[in-house]
Write a protein of this length. Structure first.
Lengths: 382, 382, 382, 382
């Protein structure tokens, strides 16, 4: 159960105290206070944990400081979209908006290799007006003897180049808590030229200790990738670990599932789950077409599978796209075969725009239809 | 290896005889002649089976009657799209065209129940200009005590209603060879009021005896559904059974894969394979969004998941859509919960049109791009 | 609900008529009579289908002809092991007993190839006292251009050789109803020298039309293989199709599941389900180690994986083992690489005997323990 | 490539220097020295990384200090069992031997809850002569709001009780590097009353940073659990991370795979892979029947599925068994439903002994057979 206080109720005020006092007398209930700091105001939410079945929603709502009470389902207490839950989705970070209604493209290098390649990538992004990118410094590899990424030592020049080319947000995977410290330190050392969205990879989806540590910091938003061998429910429960520790700036990323039923694609593309995530939670949804497909195969008309699945995610309402590009894929140290070429960036962006435009038309179409035909009991399961 | 004869070479002609004679002298090679009967001409293809490695492609092409020789890969000899293989895709049936470039919608009832429901469905289809539908008379059910479809006895009135409302093609599942005879007989009895596309369901994808029998008849085209627990390669090999027996009028249908990684959808939606089928074979590709999703859940903007995955298939180039509708889903005997309502048909058709338009824009976009940037060796894997 | 009549009540007798009359007056209930013909007596079971919730079990049991009433669970009405259901398991066929307590080995050829190989196999079986074998005449193959088995034409000499070497039961796959007729005819033509257990392969587990036809004949017992891409529940429902048509002489076979999680084995070995099948149903359980493992790899001590998984199935109570042998695996037309050699037959049989002896010791051990510690409520889930 | 020095060659000796000098002059080769410290002697192995294809095995073996050169396959360089690789398997820890030939049972609590339960468990273990146990202090849970284990604070009394009852090795999961430090500290604080085998759980199988840290310490051996959604090859590559950092005291544990194909078991039991691990690597193999099965269901003869799958693992040569017991399963905080009761411990141990005895008989049987029938080229794939 979540008790949402009125927007003018401050922590420590008499109304606040009254609510807390009331809740503390309920047997078997503990409370956890969350402050959502927005641009204009701070919103206080009080989470009630324990046996809330016996609590009277209306009695709590009658308290002076209470705006509204939301009964949460068992799962995804914080990230979930509960019944009658009209709270907004999304967040702002370093001047970029992330929510369930808009779309950001993160084209970039799977793995940082040379300054020349990073600069070529960023220059092209600037040329086409892109403020976001992906750049991997820490690479978890299946084989212990494979290249593991340049790590902390590449951060200063990557961040400086980002600043030079106006990049606002870099999605960057971390696989240990020390990486968060290294990124924070390097950003400070270089004068905060850019922002970083911490990426939790699919191999760490259930690395709960890492999630707790990343969840405890509120500076960086988190790009959380679905686990590739677990159910969607289990991945969403894992995302809740981040939120339960206080960080709610989470984007949930679909990246394909491991099973040979998806062959010849590297993973089984799961972008049909885009609307499912939006229905179950309030997180923006990202798609990763490059790792899902894993090759540059194309259909007879010449369209790459990577671009087809991107269009599939976007036409169903995806809010973020993570795409591997490389100035010279044959020299890439990681995942070269799936990378798009720099000269394909404008093609890719225009293709995404076509799909996004179609999505927006579809959204308007259903809006018009729903206003004429409101869902009734006739509709099974609706 | 396929030897394609010149279009003016007739069976039994001297040029034909020469080619056959030449091939029969090659050791370890047997030949199978296939006549592709088109509207204007009949094309003769001779399939060479056995150890063709030692044959000289140019020597055969130098024979008088030979147009061209195609070396086929090991797999999908007939349905496959081989290297330098520019043969056309698709076929015509009862006035409707099916190929890899166009799109047909088959909205209809999962299972035939009452004449009233069938008539209501067909009347609505006619109202919105739809010449195709799906209607199940034979229903394979997991539980032996569940309703198994009305079988042969509903065929006469279903076909008559189809004729009354101008339906040209009904997709209808068959699960035993006797069903094909029953359908043929019933169409004859009722004066051929409509056409039937025989559907092979996912539980019979590897029922090779049924495939051989259906493949031996050339009257009805076949809608072949992917097997839900086998690899794509295995399903394509099974489709080749149909073609190897002589029937090449095959549409390949994606209908989702069985694995709990796709939850909460009923099956794991596999429409990212649309471009893959088009690349590997010359079959038109159908998608079945209703059985893939299996519910009427919708995203926060009100768009049903069934419509989202339809749009995903279509924007990637799907050529046929099979969709469950029902005048009264709560009374449907099979799969009611996933059915769309009759009043949702125009919404559905318009949504499909938006996605198709986007697909066509994308196809033009890549055509322009490719003409400016022809694929070179720089492109890895392209 | 199943109404089991007293053993001396004959069809058409007054007691029988009374029971039928009583049941026919119940609204919404239809009855299906099944006669279980045993060596000494015929047992009549009446299956009640429809809404049986309102029926009074004790009232029916008070009728003169009724021995006992069993309330069946929703699933597996006939093959299932219901609450308080002490009916015996298993059946006799051509002098061989099949039930949940004993063990039969079916070593033989995956596919019949030459008379010499078949005779060599059968001679070796006789030498080691084995009355059962496997011999495939109809082979469903993934690729349409692969060898499909010799079919009907090899049956006469296979059956004659079986008679010559005292083989009582041959497990033989059928993939179309015509195959059953061919087998019946060939046995008649050759003077019934042996018996046949009809095998339904994993590709036809949900070929319900074939199941109905095979279920309608009561002559041959059925070896029913689990479907490799569906849940256990779905496979058991499919086996119920056989029983619902009247044939209850069914052995359920585990043969591994298709998923790359089982690599490097050909299929994911599923023999941990042996006790599950015995708990849920009254069918004897067969294991197929050869197709599960698919190779002749061995552990460092020299024991083949095929033998390890056989021992695993047997120590958990398997009742039948299907094993591929071949006199010259390198010449086998199908699945040679997994075949055991004829000289390995005594080793295999002794290895099976060790595992069976261990199983029997375990069964005695738990019997002693249970008599000393009867399960109580303390035990969770027991 | 691994260069194994003669046992009397010490680090820094002239022979050692000669070998190093020789190897350092080879272009594109780097070396990593590993000292295997045994009870009687220290063995030096030099790993060559890079392009070793051009190296001459015999030339290196001709150097004075070199005992033998092993060419390793690409994968599992250190943990792998390579061609002509007769190095011993296993290790000793705190007086207990772990290798591919023997068997240790680890019965214990899934999660530490109260001192009373821990003491009851250990007292029973001592009563039946068991020197090993499992005790979870850190529990990774799917849901962030579930009990997460008592953590560091229970370690002192758990270790003291272990000492009191003669427990030599406790298997205990760690999910963060700080846990290793906490365990080391607590053992020191309590006077080293027992030993700990660090367990890496299935959710951290590809948490490479944790593996590297655990691999760098040589004090505690590691129980490494297979990842439940990845291939066996990927799990073995992950285990190689531990070894590549220097710790080779690794036991590899099978614990079932996540897929609904294994229903109604909690996971798909994968103990058919016991011989596979022994063939591919030199690690002892552990099985975890409790988490694989996840319930106390039993077959009609009264044997629990948990005991059936344990017997299946042991008869195929498993070297370690991890089993959940609990004095009062209904009060257990984690996984109560699958726990065995304390009074079932002797039954369980005797059941394991029966299966182990059968395994040993089988090993002798094949030894005798192989001495009479040495594998020849006749055997396909042998």
């Amino acid at each position: 159960m979540i008790v949402i206080l009125k927007s003018d109720v401050k922590e420590g005020s008499p109304e606040y105290q009254d609510v807390i006092a009331f809740l503390q007398t309920r047997p078997g209930i503990t409370t956890r206070v969350h402050k959502e700091v927005g641009a204009l105001q701070t919103l206080i939410e009080i989470y009630l944990i324990g046996n809330t079945a016996g609590l009277d929603k209306m009695e709590i709502e009658s308290l002076a400081g209470v705006e509204r009470v939301v009964r949460v389902s068992e799962e995804y207490r914080i990230i979930g979209r509960h019944k009658d839950d009209s709270r907004p989705t999304g967040f702002d970070y370093n001047g970029v908006r992330f929510d369930q209604d808009n779309l950001n493209v993160f084209a970039g290098l799977c793995a940082v290799d040379t300054p020349e390649h990073v600069e070529a990538m960023m220059r092209t992004l600037k040329e086409f007006g892109q403020p976001c990118t992906r750049m991997g410094a820490y690479k978890p590899r299946t084989n212990p003897y494979a290249f593991q990424g340049h790590g902390a030592k590449c951060l200063p020049w990557v961040f400086e180049l980002a600043g030079k080319y106006g990049i606002k947000v870099i999605a960057m995977e971390v696989t240990h808590d020390s990486h968060v410290d290294e990124i924070r330190q390097s950003l400070a050392d270089t004068g905060q030229p850019t922002g970083v969205m911490l990426q939790i990879g699919t191999r760490n989806t259930q690395n709960f200790e890492l999630l707790k540590i990343v969840g405890r910091q509120h500076e960086f938003p988190v790009l959380f990738k679905r686990g590739f061998g677990i159910t969607l429910e289990e991945s969403l429960n894992a995302a809740e670990y981040l939120a339960s520790e206080g960080n709610r700036k989470i984007v949930f990323a679909l990246r394909g599932m491991k099973t040979n039923l998806g062959d010849p694609h590297r993973n089984f593309v799961d972008f049909a789950h885009v609307p499912v995530i939006k229905r179950l939670t309030r997180m923006p949804v990202c798609i990763d077409p490059s790792h899902s497909v894993g090759s540059r195969e194309r259909d007879p008309s010449g369209i790459l599978d990577v671009m087809h699945v991107t269009a599939q995610g976007v036409i169903a309402g995806a809010n973020m796209v993570l795409a591997d590009f490389h100035p010279a894929p044959e020299k890439a140290l990681v995942d070269g075969p799936q990378a798009l070429l720099l000269r394909e960036l404008p093609l890719f962006l225009e293709d995404v725009a076509i799909a996004r435009e179609a999505y927006e038309k579809r959204r308007n179409l259903v809006k018009t239809f729903t206003s004429q035909h409101p869902p009734t009991q006739t509709a099974v399961g609706s």
